[in-house]
Design a protein around this ligand. Structure first.
Ligand code: DX5
Ligand code: ZN
Length: 223
């Protein structure tokens, strides 16, 4: 746990892949709570990122929870493979699978925490049917596909409405927010009800140390 009430997980999308082990060690030392891995297939999103061998390498390199975000069509094809690679949680898009409920069940059966997410243009109610069986809901606050984009302000209202939907279930479900989270936006995201954030370019920016980025986030949260 970091000092902040909200859990912070760096996305390795903008990390230096030539020195990924060092980057992860730096993040761990800076007090991040988990590691977020973005898998993009070039079809569901217009970009290709990384795949199973990197997830397995991240698993070997850190004791932190490994949280995998699948931006991939028909993600049910790879549930067991990501479990074998060492993912602790696996999040799929409602737009990407024809059998969302079955896919979520398969993720749980494979021993991972199931997560569901949705694009900024997808109605929030699409996640409601699986709230009884997920461990986290990820609110996308950018159009998925690239790091370094600007936060979409309408995400804040979606976080608030999702928090109400989750309250109504009586279940403990993490609300994770991904995209454009940085020192300028993190406090509003937390205040809206997020319990976990993904931070990409504000932690792995190719220039400043991860610890400096964490300091900026914590200062913003301390307000
Ligand atoms: C976007 C990814 C995000 C992204 C976050 O498709 O899901 O995890 O890497 O990067 P930033 O924080 O730079 O928006
Ligand atoms: Zn992500």
């Amino acid at each position: 746990m970091s000092q902040s009430a909200i859990l912070i997980g760096p996305s390795i999308l903008t990390a230096d892949f030539l020195h990924l082990g060092d980057q992860l060690a730096e993040a761990e030392a800076a007090g991040v709570d988990y590691v977020h891995v973005d898998i993009m297939d070039g079809l569901f999103v217009p970009n290709i990122s990384i795949g199973l061998p990197i997830v397995a390498a991240v698993r070997r390199a850190t004791k932190l929870p490994v949280d995998v975000h699948l931006m991939m069509v028909d993600p049910e094809r790879y549930v067991d493979a990501f479990a074998a690679a060492g993912a602790d949680s696996l999040t799929v898009h409602v737009e990407a699978t024809r059998h969302l409920y079955r896919t979520i069940q398969a993720i749980a059966a494979a021993g991972m925490t199931p997560g569901v997410t949705l694009n900024p243009g997808t109605p929030l109610l699409t996640v409601e049917p699986v709230l009884p069986i997920v461990g986290q809901v990820l609110v996308m606050s950018v159009n998925p596909g690239f790091g370094g984009q600007s936060f979409i302000p309408a995400a804040l209202d979606r976080i608030r409405r999702l928090a109400e939907m989750i309250d109504a279930t009586g279940r403990e479900i993490a609300i994770q927010v991904d995209g454009g989270v940085n020192a300028a936006t993190i406090a509003a995201v937390r205040d809206a009800g997020a319990t976990k954030v993904v931070v990409g370019s504000a932690l792995f920016d190719g220039a400043s140390p991860v610890a400096a980025g964490m300091d900026r986030l914590r200062a913003a949260l301390a307000g």
